[in-house]
Design a protein around this ligand. Structure first.
Ligand SMILES: Nc1ncnc2c1ncn2[C@@H]1O[C@H](COP(=O)(O)OP(=O)(O)OP(=O)(O)O)[C@@H](O)[C@H]1O
Ligand SMILES: Cc1ncsc1CCO
Ligand SMILES: [Mg+2]
Length: 278
C-alpha cells in the first residue's frame, strides 16, 4: 500500500532540511536561463554555482550535495566537461539531475546523452518529448527513435511519456519527472501526478531548467524521488499563487520567485498529488 502521508512527511523534511542547511548544488547549464536557475535555487534555500570547465565541474561534483546538468546550449568544451563530471558523480555516488534539453539537435548532444546512460542520473527531468526521446536513445521501452522535440519545446502530452518515464527510472534506479500542465513523477514503482502551476509558465523560458536546478537542491537533502516530488510540488504551488497576482508573463516571473521563497513546507506537501502503482 502507498502511504501518501509518509510521502508528504518526507517532502516536509526535504524543504526544512534545505532551508536549515543551505546545500550547494553546482550546475553546468545553458546560458539562456542560467540566472533564473540560480535565483530559483537560492529562493528555496540552496546555494548555486555555475561552471563550464572540466576541472571545475569535477570540483563542484565533489564539493556539492548534488549537481545539475542541462544540455541547453552546448559549447565545444562540454565534450570534455560533461562526461568527465558525470563520471565523477557516478563514481562518487553523488546525486545528479539530467535535463536532456533539445535532444535530437546536433551530433555532440546525441553523443553526450548516449554516454550518460552508463552514469545513471539520479533524476531525469524534462518535458514529455524529451523524456520519450531519451528513452528511445537509450533503447528503453516507451521511447521513439526520432525526437519529437520542437527546438526545446514538447509536442507530446505528459501521459504519452508515462512508459518512457517508468523505463528510464527502472534503468537509473532513480526518479524521472515529466513536466507539463499536470506533471508526472515516477521512481519506476509509483507514479505521482502533481497538479497546479500556470499557463504563464509556458510563456517564460526556463521554468523547466530552474525546476531541474531546484530538484538538485532537494536531491542534496532527500532521495531522488522525494527531490523530484518536492521540486515539482513547490513549482506548482508557487505557479498557482503567482498567477493570482500577475496578469502577464514578466510580472508573473517576479511573483513566482517571491512565492518560491515564501512557500511553507506544509503548503508544499499539501499541493494536490495523486498516486498510482505501476
Ligand atoms: N500549461 C501549464 N499549466 C500549468 N503548469 C505548467 C504548464 N506548462 C508548464 N507548466 C509548469 O512549468 C514548469 C516547466 O515545465 P515545462 O514543461 O514548460 O518545461 P520545459 O519545457 O522544459 O521548460 P524550459 O525548457 O523552458 O525550461 C513545470 O513546473 C510545469 O508544471
Ligand atoms: C530557449 C532555449 N534554447 C536553448 S536552452 C533554452 C532554454 C529552455 O530550455
Ligand atoms: Mg526544458
Amino acid at each position: 500500500m502507498v502511504n501518501k502521508e509518509e510521502i508528504q512527511n518526507q517532502i516536509i523534511q526535504a524543504v526544512e532540511t534545505v532551508r536549515r542547511t543551505n546545500p550547494l548544488a553546482g550546475s553546468i547549464t545553458n546560458t539562456v536561463t542560467m540566472n533564473f536557475v540560480a535565483n530559483a535555487q537560492l529562493a528555496v534555500g540552496g546555494s548555486a554555482a555555475m561552471v563550464y570547465l572540466p576541472d571545475e565541474g569535477e570540483f563542484l561534483a565533489k564539493a556539492g550535495g548534488a549537481t545539475y546538468i542541462n544540455m541547453g546550449t552546448l559549447l565545444p568544451v562540454y565534450e570534455e566537461t560533461l562526461p568527465h563530471t558525470a563520471k565523477v558523480l557516478y563514481d562518487t555516488g553523488k546525486p545528479w539531475i539530467l535535463d536532456p534539453v533539445a535532444i535530437g539537435i546536433g551530433t555532440l548532444r546525441t553523443q553526450l546523452l548516449r554516454q550518460f546512460k552508463d552514469y545513471k542520473p539520479s533524476v531525469v527531468r524534462g518535458n514529455a518529448s524529451e523524456i520519450i526521446a531519451l528513452a528511445g536513445l537509450w533503447g528503453l521501452d516507451g521511447g521513439t527513435d526520432v525526437s519529437n522535440v520542437r527546438g526545446v519545446d514538447s509536442t507530446d502530452s505528459v501521459n504519452a511519456a508515462k512508459a518512457a518515464a517508468v523505463a528510464l527510472a527502472k534503468w537509473t534506479g532513480g526518479a524521472v519527472a515529466v513536466s507539463g500542465e499536470t506533471d508526472l513523477i515516477t521512481d519506476g514503482n509509483l507514479i505521482v501526478f502533481s497538479q497546479g502551476g500556470s499557463h504563464f509558465m509556458e510563456k517564460i523560458t526556463g521554468f523547466g531548467c530552474s525546476l531541474g536546478g531546484v530538484a538538485a537542491v532537494y536531491a542534496a537533502a532527500a532521495s531522488p524521488f522525494i527531490a523530484a516530488l518536492t521540486s515539482t510540488a513547490v513549482y506548482n504551488l508557487a505557479g498557482n499563487r503567482a498567477e493570482n497576482k500577475a496578469d502577464a508573463p514578466g510580472s508573473f516571473q517576479v511573483q513566482f520567485l517571491d512565492e518560491l521563497y515564501k512557500a511553507t513546507a506544509e503548503d508544499i506537501a499539501d499541493n494536490p498529488l495523486e498516486i498510482e502503482e505501476v
